[in-house]
Every structure is written in C-alpha cells, then in structure tokens.
Ligand binder design. Structure first.
Ligand code: XMP
Length: 511
C-alpha cells in the first residue's frame, strides 16, 4: 500500500492511478490525516501531492516532521516537495520565481530518480514558491533555468522529491521516475495486477456475504456489469441480477444484457419489462427536471417490485452497487460498507428493505474496472461502453416522450453509433448523444415531394471526465454518411444538424 497525501489539487487521484499503473496499490488520504494514522496503516511508501497553496499561505497544510522519522519512504511532488523541504529544515522562498507549464530540467548529480535519463528533458511545472536550499543530508539532483533545486533525494533515509509533476502526461519521463521511486528507493515489488484484483475482491465478497443472498441492479453500463460479474464469481447462484427495462434504452441494449452479459457470466437474470409503466408516467411531460424525477421514482418502484418478487422465497440481505473509488474519495473517503439510508442514484433502493451494501469496485478507478471486466470475459461492447444517462432517451427527446418518437430516435442513434464505430472513432469520442427535436419541424424536399419533418442533432464530445467537454471535430465524410443515412432511413427526419458548443456553456446532454 502506497498512501498519497492529498494537498487539495486535482493531482492526487492522478498520482494514485499512476502508482497503480506501476502495479502498486495506492489510496488517497486527506492532508488533515494525523501522521500517527498514516503510520498505523503501515504504508510501503507515502507520496505527498501537489496542491494549490503556497507554503507561506495562512493555514497552508504543513507536513508533520514525525512522518520522516518513521522510516517510511516518502516522495514529495510540487507542493509536497516544498512542504517536505520546509519540514526538514530546508528553505523555501516566496520570491516571485514562477514556472508554469512545460519546462526543461537539467540533471546535475547522479541519483536514483533521474540517473540515465536524458541530461536535459522536459517536465510539467506549476509553482509560485521554490525551494532554494535542500535540507541537510539531501543531494540536489536537478535544476531548471529558473530554480536551482528542482529535485533532491536522501537515499539513506529513503526520502526524495521533485518540483515538477511527474504524474501528468506532459512529463514524458514522469512515470519512469515514479516507478524508480517505488522500486529503487522504496523497494516495493509490483504486485497489483488485474488477476490479483479479481482474486482479492472475490475473496472479500465471499467473506462479507457468507452464505447470504444478493441482488444487483444492472443498468447496461460497465460498472454494474463488472460489479455483478465479480459477485457472481464469488457467490454464484445466490446472486440475482435485476434489469429494469424502462423502454428508454437504445437499440440492442436489452439484448446485450440478456444475451451477452448472461452468456459471459452465467448470472441469474430477472428482467422487469416496464416500458408501459414509464411511458404512461411520462405522458404529456415536457419539462426536463420533471422527466428525470418521474423516471427516478418509477425506477425505484419497478426495482422494488422486482426485488420483492425475488425475495419472496428467501430473504435477500445484500445489495450490490458499482460505486467507484473516485466517488469514495469525493464523498470524503472512509472504508468499509455502510447500510443504505436513502437512494442516491438511479440504482433504485427499496426503502423498507434493509440491505447491506456490497461494493466490489469501491477501490477501483474506471480504467481498472474495464480491465477487470475484460479479464472476466465480458464482451467489449459492455466493457468499452460510452456513458449513457440513467433516464436514457427520454432526455434526448426534446418535447414529450412517445412510443413513436422513441422509435425514431432509436433508429437515428443506431445509425450514428454504427458509423462512428466503423470509422474507428469510438476511442476518440467520449460519447455522442443523438437528440431528437420533437417539437421542431422544418421544410424539406425528398424525391418529388415536400417534407415537414424533425431535425436530429449530433452531439459528439471529447472529455476527460464529463465535467468539461469540447465538441469533437468529426471528419466531414463521416458526418456526411451519417446525415445521408439518417435522412434516407429514418422517415420522420429530414434534417441533421451538429451541436458545436463546448461544456461550459452547454451541458453534454440537452436536458
Ligand atoms: P451533462 O449533460 O450534465 O452530462 O453535461 C454529464 C455526463 O453525465 C451523463 N448524465 C447522466 N448519467 N444519470 C446518469 O447516470 C443521469 O441522470 C445523467 N444525466 C447526464 C451524461 O451522459 C454525461 O456523460
């Protein structure tokens, strides 16, 4: 276990992911964690992250020097590097020396982290203060044009630090530097692999569930599918998967779950066919928030009914959820499982039944979930599936949701997905919502006749995390094929338009 101490920037999660890419398990702890608690967890190493603060700022998080006396290898990055220098008696100056972005460093002395790398190489810097004197016992191993102390190490005490951000892609040797710290300085053997994740998780599920029974709501997405597959491997038939078909899915999605998921996992699946219930509840509704509320409510009812049916014979004590590590970190961390009090997403939780949660993905990042899914034999269509909102196509029909409109949108959406996939664009695109402007009509001409149909909007976006997004510059020939096919093959549509708005100001979805 490597603990990443989070000094409050976006970098801590990235560092933890990089450490795991080096096949070493890592977790994030807030900078307010007492050193005694850190030591008690017996980490094989500690990494101090970057952060937005200046070590001079009032209330800036400091490092308790006790950490360095515990014999634990420590690597300080950026802010963590400065905080480390300060805690150990070095000197940090607030002298207006700043470096932002791509910077070149020069290796000035041999050492564990940079030995053998090009003497001058680019790194990503982002700092206002700088270390002007390394603490006693440390060798300075690199400088930049602006700062004399860009990296230092004390191999005897197994402490090291760099001013730059090795975790970002703009530092081409960064991953190698992290790997060297873990392997050469801290002496950690890489052992965090997909196979070990599966073994450990399956063992933990068996221990938690014992001979109890569990249910898992499948959404068609990768998280719930992988969570279910892990639990199935652990407890077999004592897991029942519940799939609520709300009739708002894209073409082929139910079949994918019913056929491919079951074939890959052998899981017991209970499908609730509830399209009529949802359409009836959505009749006449055009307001986006109203749609979401109705769908959330009906989903829970449908899930409840299905669960009650399943539990009729024997009680079900456990509910499987696909919570991921970033959700855990963002909601304040903590480990172990909690009993659910309220439903917090369209996973649907019966309120009067008490479940213990099983969250097999609680320590995993999304890319790890995909790898685990692939290793468990889930089909690529599920493992690499792009995000799709819980309320489904209902929030991509601008206007009232009806059976016919759903059919129209499904047909257009299937064409878009087919063409993007065959053009090899899936990995470049974060997702591509296809939107039906059901209350808009425009005049067109087709064959000899006038048409008066609806526009379809293409909304291809590129993104890292859906918090911000840019519209994807699709090749024109692909756009042309999509447009021609949709207007020819989908009767109600006579116009295809493209959404060229970034997020912000636009959201990814239209509702
Ligand atoms: P927006 O439209 O807010 O979408 O830019 C950001 C990301 O979230 C997805 N999304 C949802 N996912 N339930 C979900 O599970 C929802 O209600 C929901 N609404 C939006 C959206 O597809 C995008 O990936």
């Amino acid at each position: 276990l490597v603990l990443v101490v989070d000094y409050g920037a976006q970098y801590a999660q990235l560092i933890a992911r990089r450490v795991r890419e080096a096949q070493v398990y890592s977790e994030i702890v807030p900078s307010s964690t007492p050193v005694a608690d850190i030591i008690a967890r017996e980490p094989a190493a500690v990494i101090l992250s970057g952060g937005p603060a200046s070590v001079y700022a009032e209330g800036a998080p400091a490092v308790d020097p006790a950490l360095f006396d515990a014999g634990i290898p420590v690597l300080g990055l950026c802010y963590g590097f400065q905080a480390m220098a300060r805690a150990l008696g070095g000197e940090v100056a607030h002298d207006g020396t700043r470096e932002y972005g791509r910077t070149e460093i020069t290796i000035t002395a041999p050492g564990a982290l940079h030995d053998g790398l090009p003497t001058r190489h680019p790194v990503w810097m982002s700092h206002g203060d700088s270390v002007v004197r390394a603490p006693e016992g440390f060798t300075v191993t690199a400088r930049s044009s602006r700062v004399e102390v860009a990296a230092f190490e004390d191999l005897e005490r197994r402490l090291a630090g760099v001013q730059y951000h090795p975790e970002v892609g703009h530092s081409p040797y960064g991953q190698e530097v992290l790997r060297r710290f873990l392997r050469d300085v801290a002496g950690i053997r890489p052992s965090w692999t997909t196979a070990s994740i599966i073994d450990d998780t399956v063992a933990a599920i068996r221990e938690q569930v014992g001979d109890g029974r569990a249910i898992c709501g499948l959404s068609g997405g990768v998280d719930s599918a992988v969570a279910a597959a892990l639990v199935q491997r652990a407890i077999g038939d004592r897991l029942t998967c519940v799939f609520v078909d709300h009739g708002l899915l894209r073409a082929g999605e139910r079949e994918q779950v019913e056929r491919d998921f079951v074939a890959a996992t052998g899981a017991k699946l209970h499908t609730a066919h509830e399209a009529d219930r949802f359409l009836a509840a959505l009749a006449g509704v055009t307001d986006p928030e109203q749609k979401r509320k109705i769908i959330g409510r009906e989903f829970i009812r449908a899930f409840e009914a299905a669960t009650a049916e399943i539990a009729a014979g024997e009680p079900v004590g456990f509910l499987v959820q696909g919570t991921l590590y970033p959700d855990v970190v963002e909601s304040g961390g903590g480990s172990g499982t909690a009993t659910i009090k309220s439903h917090h997403n369209v996973g649907g939780l019966p309120e009067d039944l008490e479940f213990e949660l099983v969250e097999p993905l609680r320590s995993l990042f999304k890319d790890e979930v995909r790898k685990v899914g692939a290793e468990l034999g889930l089909p690529a269509e599920i493992v690499n599936r792009q995000p799709f909102p819980g309320p489904g196509l209902a929030i991509r029909i601008i206007g009232e949701v009806t059976h016919d409109r759903l059919e129209t949108l499904r047909a257009a959406d299937a064409i878009v997905r087919e063409e993007l996939t065959s053009a090899g664009l899936d990995s470049e695109i974060w997702q591509c919502p296809v939107v039906l402007l059901a209350d808009v009509r425009s005049v067109g001409v087709q064959g000899d006749g006038r048409t008066y149909g609806h526009p379809i909007v293409l909304r291809p976006v590129s993104s890292e995390d859906a918090m911000t997004a840019d519209w994807t510059r699709l090749p024109y020939d692909v756009v042309e094929r999509i447009s021609t096919r949709i207007t020819n093959e989908v009767a109600e549509v006579n116009r295809v338009v493209m959404d060229v708005t970034s997020k912000p100001p636009g959201t990814i979805e239209w509702e």
